[in-house]
Write a protein that binds this ligand. Structure first.
Ligand code: C5P
Length: 237
């Protein structure tokens, strides 16, 4: 029986017989507002796991180092064990969400170059915004590691903006998390799903991400199924 290491807001991490390998299990839970809102959606685990696996495989095939080893069931994957940086690495192509509220803007302004933001991952402090020198001062990473996570984030933005564009969606913004493997390599970890990015329909600008849940705009499962269907159609094309 594998040992449960950690229960996150929407995923569980299990140890395996191999000390360098963990098993990640997706759950049907959705949360918003740092856990203030929480609900269950049947099949959300399978949807996010399938979407994230498809995207991590695509990124891996295109040279982005990441933690995925393989998917082992509809809602579980084996991943490389990582020492995680306590950071949320956010890239924004279009004004939305907290960027819009912070600067008193409407949503939809396309930025001339992507906005890059770091947040300190801390539920108690509500994930405060931080800059590179804050992160270095706190001993979270060094300058070279900071360069590496942004180099990978920019590569992810280019690859996924193109992939989602081909699937009829605009990649508005997204959050990545990074870790270090036992041999010191910095890799993309966590997940990439409509839970941690904003996707708008290219034509109608309809929300195809967790904002439908955050803002009570529609049914989360229907929207996530639509995202998966569009991605699978691109993959097959
Ligand atoms: O809320 P905000 O506008 O800062 O979110 C920017 C992007 O980061 C969104 O795609 C959101 O889904 C993602 N995010 C996340 N987890 C958080 C905060 C933001 O996945 N804790």
């Amino acid at each position: 029986m594998d040992k449960l290491l950690y229960t996150g807001k929407v995923k569980k991490m299990w140890a395996t017989a191999d000390p360098e390998v963990l098993r990640v299990e997706y759950t049907d839970i959705a949360t918003a507002g740092n856990g203030a809102k929480k609900d269950h959606f049947a099949h959300k685990a399978e949807l996010n796991h399938t979407i994230s696996t498809l995207i991590f495989k695509y990124l891996g095939q295109n040279g982005v180092p990441n933690h995925l080893i393989k998917s082992i069931s509809e809602r579980e994957s084996l991943v490389k064990k990582c020492d995680m940086f306590p950071l949320e690495v956010v890239t924004r192509n279009v004004a939305a969400g907290h960027f819009s509220t912070r600067y008193g803007l409407g949503e939809g302004k396309v930025f001339p170059t992507p906005v890059e933001e770091l947040f300190f991952k801390s539920d108690e402090l509500d994930d405060p915004l931080m800059n590179e020198s804050d992160a270095i001062a706190l001993g979270i990473l060094n300058h070279e590691e900071h360069e590496t996570i942004w180099k990978i984030s920019r590569q992810v933005n280019q690859l996924l903006s193109d992939l989602f564009d081909r699937a009829g969606m605009q990649l508005v913004d997204f959050k990545l998390e990074f870790g270090k493997t036992h041999d010191g390599q910095i890799v993309l970890a966590d997940e990439f799903s409509p839970d941690n990015c904003r996707l708008w329909d290219k034509k109608t600008k309809d929300h195809l991400d967790k904002d439908v849940y955050r803002r009570d705009l529609g049914d989360l499962t229907t929207v996530y199924e639509e995202v998966l269907k569009r991605l699978e159609n691109v993959e097959e094309a």
